[in-house]
Design a protein around this ligand. Structure first.
Ligand code: ADP
Ligand code: MG
Length: 364
């Protein structure tokens, strides 16, 4: 048997990076989340050749201060989380400090950034694949940050070929994810465009500075999509996370609220359209297949032939779930999920039954 030796640091970094950034969706998601965390009011996502050549995300957020240039792309360096305890109350999208370091390992990567007091002068930062800062040059730049990822997976030939082969499918998947961010973001307007290889720019969709998710949905999916869309505010009473075990003891209750919009029976889609079903936990887009199943099943009991448009934001205490399950943080573990689903099922049934007296939309 060959002797056991530790892997070289570079190899470990590349392997781990490939687990954080698995596809085009991970890139767009991580960059947009960073922009939202930086307090951006406008985010511009630009793809070149569907993302095969480049993905660039520009924001007008806080910008990066020069004291952080050295560490920004190093693994596990984050400005958002100080200790393990903070994890249970995390309110930013990011907290692991892995995205930028992974992108350095997997692409041709650079940053242009300026803080309020520096604009219109800013800095262009180039990095080594390890995430170490290579050069800083002065450039013209408005307040905010632009992160540019070119030639994704350039040094992972098999994955690059897969990406090339599936780029059309990947691009439509990434649009689906960005639609969810654009619909939920009432603080930031989001524009997504794609420049084809023939240098033709096409806007995929664009939201405005909308105060409501309804307006965002109209901007993203067209005004027609609002027809037959019910507003929903469903309050579910759940045992609090610490007391899940002894629920019968009548201990503390947490209020769980499901806010959003769902098609009125008869106004759904004739086909299953996955991009028309968006789920969020405390405004974080995520995959909630069990919750989706409840919506679809209840809806189908009224209308077999259709699937509903669903936009559902589940608001609950930060200690009642765990986002730390998968590297992309889209898989979320909800404590006491069974009780939540049951309660949701009966509330939805009631909502559809009294659909003509739907609760007016709350602003959030
Ligand atoms: P995380 O988001 O988990 O902290 P990232 O690797 O995504 O890790 O980002 C590292 C750090 O870089 C962030 O903590 C943040 O301080 C800074 N950063 C990244 N993107 C931006 C941006 N668009 N605007 C301002 N700061 C940013
Ligand atoms: Mg991040």
């Amino acid at each position: 048997m060959a002797s056991i030796k530790p892997l070289e640091g570079r190899t470990v970094h590349q392997i781990q990076s490939g687990q954080v950034i698995v596809d085009l969706c991970s890139v767009a998601k991580e960059l947009v989340e960073n922009s939202l965390d930086a307090g951006a009011r406008a985010i511009d996502v630009r793809f070149k050749s569907n993302g095969l050549e480049a993905i660039e995300v520009q924001d007008n957020g806080s910008g990066i201060s020069s004291e952080n240039y050295e560490t920004i792309a190093l693994k596990h360096y984050t400005s958002k989380l100080a200790s393990y305890q903070d994890l249970s109350s995390i309110e930013t999208f990011g907290f692991r400090g892995e995205a930028l370091s992974s992108l350095c390992a997997l692409s041709k990567f650079h940053i242009v950034t300026a803080r309020e007091d520096e604009a219109p002068k800013g800095a262009k930062l180039d990095f080594e694949t390890s995430g170490k800062l290579k050069t800083v040059s002065v450039v013209a730049c408005q307040r905010g940050t632009t992160i540019c990822v070119e030639n994704l997976f350039v040094n992972l030939p098999v994955r690059r070929r897969e990406l090339e082969k599936n780029i059309k499918r990947e691009y439509s998947k990434v649009l689906g994810i960005l639609q969810a961010y654009a619909c939920i973001s009432t603080q930031a307007r989001i524009t997504v465009s794609n420049v084809s290889s023939k240098s033709k720019k096409a806007i995929a969709f664009s939201t405005r500075s909308n105060p409501s998710t309804r307006d965002n949905i109209a901007n993203v999916f067209g005004a027609k999509s609002l027809a037959g869309l019910l507003d929903m505010t469903i309050d579910l009473e759940m045992a609090s996370a610490e007391h899940v075990e002894d629920r019968r003891a009548g201990s503390d209750k947490d209020l769980v609220r499901v806010l959003g919009h769902v098609s009125r029976p008869g106004f759904g889609e004739g086909r299953q359209a996955p991009d028309r079903q968006m789920f969020f936990v405390n405004s974080r887009p995520c995959n909630l297949p069990q919750v989706a199943k409840v919506f679809n099943e209840v809806y189908k009991s009224y209308n077999m032939a259709q699937s509903p448009f669903v936009f559902a934001n589940i608001l609950l205490n930060t200690n009642a779930y765990d986002v730390n399950v998968s590297p992309d943080k889209r898989t979320i573990l909800l404590h006491d999920q069974g009780a939540l689903l049951e309660s949701l099922r009966s509330s939805l049934t009631k909502l559809f039954e009294r659909q003509d007296q739907a609760v007016p939309e709350s602003r959030y």
